[in-house]
Design a protein around this ligand. Structure first.
Ligand SMILES: Cc1cc2nc3c(=O)[nH]c(=O)nc-3n(C[C@H](O)[C@H](O)[C@H](O)COP(=O)(O)O)c2cc1C
Length: 179
């Protein structure tokens, strides 16, 4: 059995997940609907990044008792540009901390780009972004990371970098798993 689980607050990770579930013909569930994962052979987790953490991921992978004979794909969805090495290296360090070692070693990892819409953001998230913005704009330009630049460029705006064609490598990796 095959499943895609998503952790999404505002819908971009869900958008990728729905498209992928359609292409692969996998079951689709939000992380907070998932109870038992032991029956699944192929598990894809698509989660959005919040302050370096992947929404719902830790909680979800804790539900797996036996990883033997299972395949894992983990895709993160964030504002940072996945073609920037500094951005993806930071995400991977976070993943390593948040996952059991045996799953981190086995998982196929991908990075997708989401978006932001400040008009739909919760008060708490807006406040967090406001604090982060103040911090990064006060830095000298040459000291700003790629993620910080992306944050400044999109601050208080509605921007979507969602590109469903970026799912192709995930489709092909999942295609190599036995059904
Ligand atoms: C409070 C907050 C923290 C965020 N932290 C990160 C981050 O650490 N790295 C990143 O790439 N994007 C970060 N983002 C951007 C989100 O990951 C991005 O908006 C994503 O598309 C949200 O996915 P969702 O629509 O599925 O919830 C953050 C956004 C908010 C509001």
């Amino acid at each position: 059995m095959n499943i895609i689980i998503y952790g999404s607050q505002y819908g971009t990770a869900k958008q990728y997940s729905k498209e992928l579930a359609g292409q692969l013909n996998y079951e689709l569930r939000s992380y907070d609907e998932v109870k038992d994962l032991d029956a699944y052979d192929n598990i894809i987790y698509i989660g959005s990044l919040y302050a370096g953490g992947i929404l719902g991921m830790k909680k979800t992978f804790r539900k797996i008792r036996d990883i033997k004979n299972k395949n894992f794909i983990i895709a993160t969805v964030g504002l940072g540009d996945p073609s920037e090495k500094s951005s993806t290296e930071a995400i991977r360090r976070g993943l390593k901390r948040q996952l059991p070692e045996n799953i981190f070693k086995r998982a196929h990892i991908f990075h997708l780009r989401g978006g932001v819409d400040y008009s739909r953001m919760s008060f708490v998230h807006k406040t967090m972004m406001g604090m982060l913005y103040k911090k990064v704009v006060s830095m000298p330009e040459e000291k700003r990371s790629a993620d910080a630049k992306a944050m400044i460029e999109t601050y208080n705006k509605k921007v979507s970098y969602v590109d469903l064609s970026k799912l192709a490598p995930i489709v092909s990796t999942a295609g190599s798993f036995s059904a």
